[in-house]
Each structure stands twice: as structure tokens, then as C-alpha cells.
Design a protein around this ligand. Structure first.
Ligand code: PHB
Length: 586
């Protein structure tokens, strides 16, 4: 393995341009912190962040405090940890792009049909960034996460995108190959140490890039002639992929590239062409037809009153709150479904920021490659917005989302808390997360434990939720769910809660279940539902106490309000995280 000779270059920026005078420095710094945290997999100590960003410790502390206030990170001892609300930035890009909402169902169906992973990717300068992943659960499958960036030349989609590259794009690519020969700027993939198998053109780091260049140019010419491309283990031994472009019906340019990913134990690269490519092409034709038929995007409501809370937070946190960072970040959330290109005036109006503030934020984002000017003096988000926290969180699960909130609840109540779901076995529940209280007589449950649903408060809540769901499907409300899934548009949070509560009240007046002497003598538990984006009960949150500690009335009076608040925090995170990614419940 050759020794590392050059320090890793700044991420994704081979040729940094001078910082514009009007750029907002705290915003640049906050973005640097989010980018480093994302590249590190979502968790970094504050001192590592200090080292990675080159910022002063006090600056890192204030940025971290501000991001924590926004809910984008959690401060856990000395660590900063990305939290699900940061996904609203990537969601804004994916909603504005609209392709995941329009095409992901077809990609999922193709994955089911072929029993192989299928992805959708867009071009991100000389890289390839994933916007959807339909993955298989099997031992030998490597797949990337939504938001991961790969170097174009080491993928199947890359040569297809490169058929549309300008001279400037090729120059940018050559410069990047020279400054970053080992691909350190791509944290999602292993660095290059030796030529990839079957790649006679792959070169040793530091040897110059002539063969590599020739090879990619050749693959691009082939992709141009054939309208498909292969990845024969360019990233990892065993990983093979075949790709075809999905063209925009209006411009005929490539909107995204669909890929089928497999392993050499199942398919050789050559055999992908004969077995999988025909079916990929049929699916791509259907995707293009879907794009042709898609009605214009209905703009959702702009996020309300964004600028207001930043002032309040400043009042409360003082110096520790970097208001210009918080304000700048809200600019990204002004974009979304039907709001793909916004003028400065529209951004200011949507966020409630002063025009000058919105303008300086947009100048900063343009400099950072996070927005791009469009025709008509408007701006659009770029795929790079997905590098702000999305990939590490796109593989989360409900227990992982819930655990920090449950820990806070246990700390507050000094009672054990658990999360449970219904199992495949009829009328049984299974515990999926548990946070024990720290006093002597506390409830300890093993995650994975299965119990009959009847006789537990969690089971009662879950069975009520299931009855409610089947009633809704029979009543035709199921259609609303299907259309939300396909359009992917977020209903206003307020709407959803009202509806959920309304339905809930109709089922079990109180919206919670209280169980005395459950499982064993003296044990008292109280549970509330956790609902998904469609208002369906998907889990139950429970707090457990002992008869000697609280009366039944005290359970309702003292525990229920905090339990309900925690459930709604978990739901908020779940709804953000599941807008464009599949969040497993266990
Ligand atoms: C993927 O979807 O994980 C994928 C697609 C194309 C490649 C490599 C990986 O070339």
C-alpha cells in the first residue's frame, strides 16, 4: 500500500474561488461543520471538528450550540451528533427536484422484480450523487446511501453524464484527478490504492492520470453511442452495475440515471447487459413516460415565520447563538415542491428575512456551490445540499430516532421508557428500544422481547391503531396515503396533527392506554401511539413505574404530558427522516 503523500484536499473543491466580499462568514463556517460531520459519518468530537475545520474552539462551540438549537445536531458529552431535523435541508432539494417523488416507485418495483438493488443518481459537477436507493437485504450487497457522492469515472452513471459535459466540466474533472488522485474528497468510498480490477487504465496515485483519462474518455464515447454504461468493479471488487439515462421530456437532457447494482457472485458485468439491461430499459421508458405525464408541481405552503424564532433564540442564548448562521440555513428550506427556482424576493418573503440578509445568504451559497443561478434571475438548490447531513441519517431506524428522546424522558421522569411495535405473529408486540431508569426498583426489559399484545399498554395502543387503520382503508382514506407517497409532498405539520388527534379521539377517547399490574405485580405502564407521516400508528411509547411510586392518577397527571410531548418529538423526527427514505420500524 503506497504511503499517503499528500494531505487530503478540501472536500469537493479542487479549485477554490475567492470568497465574495458579501459572503456571510458564520454561514460558511456552519456549512463547513455540517460537511465535516457528514463526511465523518454523523458523529465527531468538538475537538476533532476544531481540527478538521481549522476554526477556533470557541467558534466551533458557538456553531455547535446554534445547530443544536435548530435541532440539526445533538450535543452528547464531547460529541456533536447529526440529528434527523437536519434532513429538512436535503428534503428541500429532493422535493424541489421532484424526481424521487415521480420515479422512486418505479425504481422500487424494478428492484423487487429483479431482486437486485436499483438506484437513481444525478450529476453533481464531475461526480454522481444518489437521490434514491431501492436496496435488497442480503449479505453480499454494497450500496450507497441517498446523498452519497461518487467520482464519475468510478461509476456506471458517470460516463452517461459525461456525454453532456462542457469543456469546463472536463477541465474541472482533470484538475480534481490531479489534486486528489486517491479520491479523498469522496468519503463514501474507499481511497484508491491500486488499479481497480479489470481496469488496465487505472493508475497508481501520483503517477499522473493519462491512462485514467483515456479510459474514462473511451467509456464516455461508448456510452454516447450505446446509451448505457457498465461499472465493472470500479469501486470495489465484486460490485458491478449497469446504468441507463432517464431523459427530461422537455429538454431531452439527462434528468437522472437509473442503475441496477449486483455482485459478481450473481452476475458478471458482461451478463448484466444481456440479463438486466433489457428490463432496466423497459423501466426507464416507463419513467420517461411518467415525467411526460406529470402535472405541474403544486407549490406547497412556504415554511411560515422562519425568521421569528431566530430572534427569540438569540435573546435566550445570547453570544452562544449565531443568528446569521441560523438565518442563512433557513434560506435553504424556502425551496421545495413547486418551489424549485426562487427569486431573491421570493426567498425573502418565504423566510421572513430582510432582502439584504437573504441576498447575502444566496451569494454565500452560490460561492459554496449549494445554489445555482437559473434563468429569470432566480436560484435553485444544487445536489450538493445533500452533503449537509443527509447520508448518515438516511440509514436510520425508528429505535435509533427514538432513543435520545427516550433518554431525555427517562432522565426527566426517573422512570424506564420503552418503544414497541406489533410483530408478524398475530397479536404480539416486540420491544425495539428500552431506556432503564437509574433507581433501584426500575423496570428492565430486553429489546427483542415478545409479549402478547393484550395485557400490555403498548399492545393496547398498537391494536387500537391497527383497528383504526383498517377502518380508514375500508372508508377510502387509504387513497390519500397513496397519493401522498407518490407526490412526496409534505402536508403541513399542523394539518397532520389535527387529523391524527381527531381520528385518535374517535377510537380511544383518551389517546393513551394505562395498565395496572401489567406483566407483574406492582408494575404500572402507560403508553401513547407514535404515528407516521400518514397518521398511521407504527409504534407505542411506554413509561413504566411501580405502584409504590405513583398512583394511577399520578401516572396520568405526572407522566402522560411528558410522554405525549416526547412522542411528538419522535414523530417530528420520523416525519422528516421518512419523507424520502425508508425508515425501518425495528
Ligand atoms: C449504487 O447504486 O450503489 C451504484 C450505482 C452505480 C455504480 C455503483 C454503485 O456504478
Amino acid at each position: 500500500m503506497p504511503a499517503k503523500t499528500t494531505p487530503p484536499p478540501a472536500r469537493e473543491t479542487p479549485t477554490p474561488s475567492p470568497v465574495p466580499e458579501e459572503a456571510v462568514t458564520p454561514l460558511i463556517r456552519g456549512i463547513a461543520v455540517l460537511t465535516e460531520l457528514t463526511a465523518a459519518g454523523g458523529t465527531m468530537s468538538l475537538s476533532d471538528l476544531e481540527r478538521a475545520t481549522g476554526l477556533a474552539r470557541s467558534t466551533v462551540d458557538r456553531i455547535a450550540a446554534t445547530l443544536a438549537r435548530m435541532g440539526y445536531v445533538r450535543l452528547d458529552g464531547r460529541d456533536a451528533v447529526l440529528a434527523p431535523p437536519v434532513m429538512e435541508l436535503g428534503n428541500a432539494y429532493l422535493a424541489a427536484l421532484r424526481l424521487p417523488a415521480l420515479l422512486s416507485a418505479r425504481a422500487d418495483a424494478l428492484a423487487d422484480d429483479l431482486d437486485e438493488s436499483v438506484s437513481l443518481a444525478v450529476a453533481d459537477r464531475d461526480g454522481v450523487r444518489f437521490i434514491h436507493q431501492a436496496t435488497r437485504r442480503r449479505a453480499m450487497s454494497l450500496s450507497f446511501r441517498i446523498g452519497d457522492l461518487l467520482p464519475a469515472e468510478r461509476t456506471a452513471p458517470g460516463p452517461l453524464f459525461a456525454t453532456e459535459w462542457t469543456d469546463a466540466d472536463w477541465n474541472h474533472w482533470r484538475a480534481r484527478r490531479t489534486t486528489d488522485p486517491q479520491d479523498h474528497g469522496f468519503p463514501a468510498i474507499p481511497p484508491r490504492h491500486h488499479p481497480a480490477p479489470n481496469q488496465p487504465g487505472a493508475n497508481q496515485p501520483g503517477e499522473g492520470c493519462d491512462d485514467d483519462t483515456t479510459d474514462f474518455v473511451r467509456r464516455t464515447a461508448k456510452a454516447k453511442a450505446e446509451h448505457w454504461a457498465l461499472d465493472d468493479q470500479l469501486i470495489e471488487p465484486g460490485l458491478v452495475a449497469v446504468s441507463a439515462p432517464v431523459r427530461d421530456p422537455l429538454t431531452s437532457r439527462i434528468a437522472c440515471v437509473a442503475s441496477v447494482v449486483s455482485h459478481t457472485s450473481r452476475h458478471t458485468a458482461a451478463d448484466l447487459r444481456t440479463t438486466l439491461l433489457p428490463r432496466l430499459r423497459t423501466a426507464v421508458a416507463a419513467m420517461e413516460e411518467d415525467l411526460r405525464q406529470a402535472p405541474p408541481a403544486e407549490p406547497g405552503p412556504p415554511p411560515a415565520g422562519l425568521a421569528l424564532w431566530t430572534g427569540a433564540s438569540k435573546q435566550e442564548l445570547g453570544r452562544e447563538f449565531v443568528e446569521s448562521l441560523a438565518r442563512g440555513l433557513t434560506v435553504l428550506t424556502a425551496f421545495g415542491t413547486g418551489r424549485a427556482a426562487l427569486t431573491l424576493t421570493e426567498v425573502a418573503k418565504a423566510t421572513g428575512l430582510a432582502r439584504a440578509t437573504a441576498r447575502r445568504s444566496l451569494i454565500t451559497y452560490d460561492h459554496l456551490g449549494l445554489v445555482t443561478p437559473t434563468a429569470d434571475r432566480a436560484f435553485a438548490l444544487t445536489p450538493r445540499v445533500l452533503s449537509l447531513g443527509f447520508p448518515p441519517l438516511s440509514r436510520t431506524s425508528l429505535p435509533r430516532i427514538a432513543t435520545p428522546h427516550m433518554t431525555a424522558l427517562t432522565d426527566l421522569l426517573h422512570e424506564s421508557t420503552s418503544l414497541a411495535v406489533l410483530t408478524d405473529t398475530p397479536d404480539h408486540i416486540q420491544y425495539t428500544a428500552h431506556v432503564p431508569a437509574r433507581h433501584v426498583m426500575s423496570v428492565h426489559l430486553t429489546v427483542g422481547t415478545r409479549l402478547p399484545a393484550n395485557g400490555t399498554s403498548a399492545g393496547t395502543v398498537l391494536l387500537a391503531g391497527r383497528a383504526e387503520a383498517s377502518e380508514r382503508t375500508e372508508g377510502g382514506a387509504g387513497r390519500a396515503e397513496a397519493s401522498e407517497r407518490t407526490e412526496g409532498a409534505g402536508r403541513a405539520e399542523g394539518d397532520r396533527r389535527t387529523r391524527a388527534e381527531g381520528t385518535n379521539a374517535a377510537r380511544s377517547e383518551a389517546g393513551y392506554a394505562l395498565m395496572d399490574e401489567e406483566l407483574e405485580e406492582g408494575l404500572r405502564t402507560i403508553a401513547v401511539p407514535i404515528r407516521d407521516r400518514n397518521g398511521r400508528t407504527v409504534a407505542a411509547l411506554t413509561a413504566a413505574t411501580h405502584a409504590a411510586r405513583r398512583t394511577l392518577e399520578e401516572c396520568v397527571q405526572d407522566i402522560l404530558p411528558a410522554l405525549t410531548t416526547t412522542a411528538s418529538h419522535i414523530e417530528t423526527d420520523l416525519h422528516v427522516a421518512s419523507r424520502f427514505t425508508h425508515v425501518p420500524l425495528t
